[in-house]
Design a protein around this ligand. Structure first.
Ligand code: 2AM
Length: 174
C-alpha cells in the first residue's frame, strides 16, 4: 500500500497580510471559489505525492540549506485561465527567495519529486474554479510578504474542502 502524501513547501501569511488579502477578495467579488483565510499561502514548491522515505530525506536535506529572510511584493492581479485561478502575483526580485526556490527544485530533482516546468511565479491564490475573470481597471493595494518561516504542508482533501496542515517548519534568517 502506498504511504504517499500530497505535500508542498510554502509560506503562511501573517494576520495583517491575511487581512489585506481578505479585503482584496471582497473588493473583487466572487469570480470563483474564495480561498479561505486559513488556506491562504504562497507556494514555494509543489512536491506532489511524496513517500515517507522521500519526506524524511527532504526534511534532512532542508536542515542543511541556508534560508535567508526575504521580502516579496505582490502587486498585480493575474487570471491563469487553464488552472482556473485568480492570483495576486509579483515579480521575484529578492535573491534570498529565488536562491531558496532553486535550492528546493534541485532537492526535488535529487529525490525524484515533482518539479515545476515554469519559472518561479510568486503568488497567492485568491479564487479557484474561476473560469471567467476580467482584470479590473484599478490596481490592487500591494501586499509585501515578510515570512518568518518556511513550512512543509500536507494537503488533505476532506468532505469540507482542502485543509493544509504544517508537518514541519524552518525559521528564516537564522
Ligand atoms: P497555488 O500555490 O497556486 O495555490 C497544494 O496543492 C498547493 O500547491 C496548491 O495551493 C497549489 O497552488 C500548489 N501547486 C503548485 N503547483 C501545483 C501542481 N502542479 N498541482 C497542484 N498544486 C500545485
Amino acid at each position: 500500500m502506498s504511504d504517499a502524501q500530497r505535500l508542498f513547501l510554502g509560506f503562511a501569511l501573517s494576520d495583517q497580510e491575511g487581512e489585506s488579502i481578505l479585503k482584496l477578495q471582497k473588493r473583487l467579488g466572487a469570480p470563483g471559489k474564495t480561498v479561505e483565510k486559513a488556506n491562504l499561502h504562497m507556494t514555494l514548491a509543489f512536491l506532489g505525492q511524496t513517500s515517507q522515505r522521500q519526506c524524511q530525506r527532504l526534511e534532512a536535506a532542508l536542515e542543511g540549506i541556508t534560508m535567508p529572510k526575504f521580502e516579496q511584493r505582490l502587486d498585480s492581479l493575474v487570471h491563469w485561465r487553464g488552472a482556473g485561478v485568480v492570483c495576486l502575483w509579483g515579480q521575484a526580485t529578492d535573491s534570498g527567495l529565488t536562491d531558496l526556490y532553486h535550492g528546493c527544485q534541485s532537492l526535488c530533482q535529487n529525490l525524484g519529486l515533482h518539479q515545476s516546468e515554469h519559472d518561479f511565479n510568486p503568488h497567492i491564490t485568491l479564487f479557484r474554479k474561476a473560469k471567467q475573470f476580467s482584470i479590473p481597471e484599478w490596481q490592487p493595494e500591494p501586499v509585501i510578504l515578510r515570512p518568518e518561516r518556511l513550512n512543509l504542508y500536507l494537503s488533505n482533501s476532506t468532505p469540507a474542502g482542502v485543509r493544509y496542515e504544517v508537518l514541519q517548519s524552518w525559521p528564516l534568517g537564522i
